[in-house]
Ligand binder design. Structure first.
Ligand SMILES: [Zn+2]
Length: 132
């Protein structure tokens, strides 16, 4: 099997989309899958414990003027690392969410690959802007 890219992935999802062709089914499934991503992350904290959440207000020292520098001071509030089992759960739920993103694109005549390119260009451009 060839390595998939977004274009091939969307084509495969399109072929698979027979039972759930209604945009209403697809957007509600999309929302459900996104909630399951959150649930998988929460379970890694509350059930497994491989990851902990240590949260407090973000503080940015004075004199930080670029996004590049800011990254060094912003905390993810995560401690630890997903274990193999939790990683698999999170990946599965993210994969399912990508499936429904592809399905939404397909039903609306959008190309996931184009969206990826546009978003990549947009966030790449952000790096050159300064905060002030
Ligand atoms: Zn775990």
């Amino acid at each position: 099997m060839e390595d998939p890219n977004y274009e091939k992935f969307q084509a495969t999802v399109s072929e698979y989309l027979i039972r759930h062709r209604s945009i209403l089914d697809v957007i509600s499934k999309f929302q459900e899958s996104a909630a399951r991503v959150n649930r998988a992350i929460v379970k890694s904290v509350t059930s497994c414990g491989c990851v902990q959440i240590e949260a407090s207000r973000q503080t940015i020292p004075a004199g930080v003027s670029s996004y590049g520098e800011l990254k060094n001071f912003m905390h993810s509030h995560l401690e630890g690392q997903l274990c193999d089992s939790c990683q698999e759960f999170v990946e599965t739920e993210l994969g399912s969410t990508l499936f429904y993103v592809a399905a939404i694109c397909d039903l609306l005549g959008l190309k996931m690959e184009d969206i990826l390119q546009k978003e990549h260009a947009r966030i790449s451009a952000l790096g050159v802007y300064h905060l002030s």
